[in-house]
Design a protein around this ligand. Structure first.
Ligand SMILES: [Zn+2]
Length: 205
């Protein structure tokens, strides 16, 4: 079920109307399409943080009665009949067993784990300017796993090429890439939610 099917739709901000002009009037926050993509922290019934989803998906879970809103964003979703506060944190009503190891091994998650810094020279770059390097090259049997993939700048990636680190002078990993654990999961959620104060109490303890 989509939000649209639930009879709700976000009001678009009218063009030419700036953020400043609207001010911070909490009673009249207009939901933008972008707001529907804001990350929402998903907690298990036990309050354990388990995932992050978009606000649209979070709203659907709340509307279906699968989850309840624990923290609000401050923005609202309007329709003719319904006015709903967009969630910042939701909690599942029924406890779910979550196999953490199944979290997607993605480029985005590897870069987040490595804090967008090249693991060979330490330079911090925007995601688009970083590559993923296989520590043990694929051509030498290296696998695409959390333990064998690291963020690398183009320059270091080129220099390393199809070599093993032991074959190159003055090149080593700043930090051994760690396998995915609950710690990695929390770290990624902190990185994504670093600007949302409402997430803090659920992620730091
Ligand atoms: Zn580098």
């Amino acid at each position: 079920m989509s939000v649209a099917k639930a009879g709700l739709h976000a009001r678009r901000q009218s063009p030419g109307k700036s953020q400043d002009a609207r001010g911070n009037d909490a009673l009249h926050v207009v939901t933008t399409v972008q707001t529907l993509q804001t990350p929402v922290l998903v907690l298990n019934a036990s309050y354990e943080p388990i995932n992050i989803c978009g606000a649209r998906r979070a709203l659907v879970l709340v509307l279906k009665g699968v989850a309840r809103t624990e923290e609000e964003q401050g923005a609202e979703l309007h329709s003719a009949r319904v006015r709903m506060a967009l969630p910042s944190v939701i909690r599942l009503l029924e406890y779910r067993r979550i196999p953490h190891q199944t979290r997607a091994l993605s480029r985005k998650n590897i870069l987040l784990r490595d804090r967008n810094s090249c693991q060979y020279c330490g330079v911090i770059l925007p995601s688009a300017e970083l590559t993923l390097d296989h520590v043990v090259p694929r051509s030498r049997g290296g696998l695409s796993t959390w333990e064998n993939l690291v963020a690398a700048c183009h320059s270091c990636n080129r220099r390393k090429g199809n070599h093993l680190l032991s074959e190159i002078d003055h090149m080593k990993l700043i930090r051994e890439p760690r396998p995915f654990t609950l710690h990695t999961s929390r770290h990624i959620m902190r990185m994504i939610g670093h600007s949302d104060q409402k997430w803090r109490k659920y992620l730091y303890y």
